[in-house]
Design a protein around this ligand. Sequence first.
Ligand SMILES: [Zn+2]
Length: 166
Amino acid sequence: MKDSKLYPSYEEYGQPKKNVLVISCIDLRLTDNLLEFLHFDNLINRYDHVAMAGASLCGSYKKNQDKFHPEAVKKYKSIPHWENALMDHVQIAYDLHDIGDIYIVEHEDCGAYKKFLKQGEVKDRKKEMHLHKKYADDLTEKIRAKLPALNVHSFILDLRGNVRML
Ligand SMILES: [Zn+2]
Protein backbone atom coordinates (compact mmCIF):
# COMPACT_ATOMS: atom_id res chain seq x y z
CA MET A 1 0.00 0.00 0.00
CA LYS A 2 1.30 3.43 -0.92
CA ASP A 3 1.62 5.65 2.07
CA SER A 4 -0.14 8.97 1.90
CA LYS A 5 1.46 12.16 3.05
CA LEU A 6 -0.09 14.96 5.04
CA TYR A 7 -0.09 18.29 3.24
CA PRO A 8 -1.59 21.65 4.11
CA SER A 9 -4.89 22.50 2.42
CA TYR A 10 -5.25 25.29 -0.13
CA GLU A 11 -7.40 27.11 2.42
CA GLU A 12 -4.23 27.52 4.48
CA TYR A 13 -2.22 29.30 1.78
CA GLY A 14 -4.17 29.79 -1.43
CA GLN A 15 -3.61 27.94 -4.69
CA PRO A 16 -0.85 29.54 -6.80
CA LYS A 17 -2.31 30.86 -10.05
CA LYS A 18 0.98 31.66 -11.77
CA ASN A 19 4.46 30.16 -11.68
CA VAL A 20 6.29 29.56 -8.42
CA LEU A 21 9.84 29.87 -7.12
CA VAL A 22 10.80 27.15 -4.63
CA ILE A 23 13.58 27.88 -2.13
CA SER A 24 14.74 24.74 -0.35
CA CYS A 25 17.68 23.14 1.42
CA ILE A 26 19.91 20.75 -0.49
CA ASP A 27 19.15 17.77 1.79
CA LEU A 28 19.29 14.59 -0.28
CA ARG A 29 16.98 12.65 2.03
CA LEU A 30 14.03 14.77 0.98
CA THR A 31 14.54 15.41 -2.73
CA ASP A 32 11.81 12.93 -3.69
CA ASN A 33 9.48 14.16 -0.95
CA LEU A 34 9.80 17.77 -2.08
CA LEU A 35 9.10 16.77 -5.68
CA GLU A 36 6.10 14.71 -4.59
CA PHE A 37 4.65 17.69 -2.71
CA LEU A 38 5.18 20.07 -5.64
CA HIS A 39 3.59 17.63 -8.07
CA PHE A 40 0.67 17.10 -5.72
CA ASP A 41 0.32 20.90 -5.71
CA ASN A 42 -0.16 20.84 -9.51
CA LEU A 43 3.18 22.54 -10.11
CA ILE A 44 4.77 20.16 -12.62
CA ASN A 45 7.10 22.30 -14.79
CA ARG A 46 5.63 25.43 -13.19
CA TYR A 47 8.38 26.22 -10.71
CA ASP A 48 11.92 27.52 -10.54
CA HIS A 49 14.05 25.98 -7.83
CA VAL A 50 16.91 27.41 -5.78
CA ALA A 51 18.49 24.94 -3.36
CA MET A 52 20.90 26.26 -0.74
CA ALA A 53 22.06 24.52 2.42
CA GLY A 54 19.79 25.68 5.23
CA ALA A 55 17.24 27.32 2.87
CA SER A 56 16.06 30.49 4.64
CA LEU A 57 18.91 30.40 7.16
CA CYS A 58 21.47 31.68 4.67
CA GLY A 59 18.95 34.01 3.12
CA SER A 60 18.90 35.94 6.39
CA TYR A 61 22.61 36.07 7.18
CA LYS A 62 23.02 39.84 7.44
CA LYS A 63 20.26 40.24 10.01
CA ASN A 64 21.34 37.22 12.07
CA GLN A 65 25.11 36.97 11.63
CA ASP A 66 25.73 37.05 15.39
CA LYS A 67 24.07 33.62 15.56
CA PHE A 68 26.46 32.04 13.06
CA HIS A 69 29.48 30.09 14.25
CA PRO A 70 32.64 32.03 13.27
CA GLU A 71 34.43 28.80 12.32
CA ALA A 72 31.64 27.90 9.90
CA VAL A 73 31.77 31.32 8.24
CA LYS A 74 35.54 30.95 8.00
CA LYS A 75 35.27 27.53 6.38
CA TYR A 76 32.35 28.26 4.06
CA LYS A 77 33.62 31.65 3.04
CA SER A 78 30.84 32.68 0.71
CA ILE A 79 28.01 32.33 3.28
CA PRO A 80 27.74 36.12 3.71
CA HIS A 81 27.05 36.40 -0.03
CA TRP A 82 24.43 33.67 -0.30
CA GLU A 83 21.74 36.13 0.67
CA ASN A 84 22.54 38.35 -2.32
CA ALA A 85 22.77 35.34 -4.62
CA LEU A 86 19.37 34.16 -3.40
CA MET A 87 17.72 37.57 -3.78
CA ASP A 88 19.12 37.85 -7.32
CA HIS A 89 17.51 34.51 -8.10
CA VAL A 90 14.19 35.76 -6.74
CA GLN A 91 14.49 38.77 -9.05
CA ILE A 92 15.45 36.78 -12.14
CA ALA A 93 12.63 34.26 -11.56
CA TYR A 94 10.24 37.21 -11.29
CA ASP A 95 11.61 38.90 -14.42
CA LEU A 96 11.82 35.80 -16.61
CA HIS A 97 9.07 33.48 -15.47
CA ASP A 98 6.30 35.65 -14.11
CA ILE A 99 6.25 33.98 -10.71
CA GLY A 100 3.37 34.90 -8.42
CA ASP A 101 4.31 32.81 -5.39
CA ILE A 102 7.37 31.71 -3.48
CA TYR A 103 7.52 28.51 -1.48
CA ILE A 104 10.16 28.55 1.23
CA VAL A 105 10.55 24.87 2.15
CA GLU A 106 12.47 24.24 5.36
CA HIS A 107 12.95 20.73 6.73
CA GLU A 108 13.30 18.89 9.99
CA ASP A 109 16.74 17.81 11.24
CA CYS A 110 18.60 20.24 8.97
CA GLY A 111 22.35 19.65 9.05
CA ALA A 112 23.09 23.20 7.89
CA TYR A 113 21.37 24.70 10.93
CA LYS A 114 23.59 22.55 13.14
CA LYS A 115 26.73 23.23 11.14
CA PHE A 116 26.35 26.96 10.60
CA LEU A 117 24.84 28.19 13.85
CA LYS A 118 26.66 28.57 17.15
CA GLN A 119 26.63 25.56 19.44
CA GLY A 120 23.51 25.41 21.57
CA GLU A 121 21.35 27.31 19.07
CA VAL A 122 19.80 24.06 17.83
CA LYS A 123 19.71 22.13 21.07
CA ASP A 124 16.46 20.27 20.53
CA ARG A 125 13.64 19.76 18.07
CA LYS A 126 11.46 22.48 19.59
CA LYS A 127 14.25 25.04 19.32
CA GLU A 128 14.98 23.93 15.75
CA MET A 129 11.33 24.40 14.75
CA HIS A 130 11.36 27.86 16.31
CA LEU A 131 14.45 28.77 14.27
CA HIS A 132 12.98 27.49 10.99
CA LYS A 133 9.97 29.73 11.58
CA LYS A 134 12.11 32.71 12.57
CA TYR A 135 14.46 32.52 9.57
CA ALA A 136 11.62 31.81 7.15
CA ASP A 137 9.80 34.88 8.52
CA ASP A 138 12.96 36.99 8.14
CA LEU A 139 13.39 35.88 4.54
CA THR A 140 9.69 36.45 3.81
CA GLU A 141 9.96 39.99 5.11
CA LYS A 142 12.99 40.62 2.92
CA ILE A 143 11.28 39.27 -0.21
CA ARG A 144 8.09 41.24 0.46
CA ALA A 145 10.10 44.44 0.90
CA LYS A 146 11.70 43.91 -2.50
CA LEU A 147 8.75 42.49 -4.43
CA PRO A 148 5.48 43.20 -2.58
CA ALA A 149 3.33 41.59 -5.29
CA LEU A 150 4.64 38.10 -4.48
CA ASN A 151 2.80 35.70 -2.19
CA VAL A 152 5.34 34.04 0.08
CA HIS A 153 4.47 30.79 1.86
CA SER A 154 6.67 28.93 4.35
CA PHE A 155 6.49 25.17 4.78
CA ILE A 156 8.39 22.55 6.73
CA LEU A 157 8.99 18.99 5.56
CA ASP A 158 9.40 16.27 8.14
CA LEU A 159 11.61 13.24 7.56
CA ARG A 160 8.63 11.15 6.47
CA GLY A 161 7.79 13.64 3.72
CA ASN A 162 4.81 15.26 5.43
CA VAL A 163 4.48 19.00 4.90
CA ARG A 164 2.96 21.65 7.11
CA MET A 165 2.85 25.42 7.21
CA LEU A 166 5.44 27.15 9.36
ZN1 LIG B 1 18.96 21.04 5.42
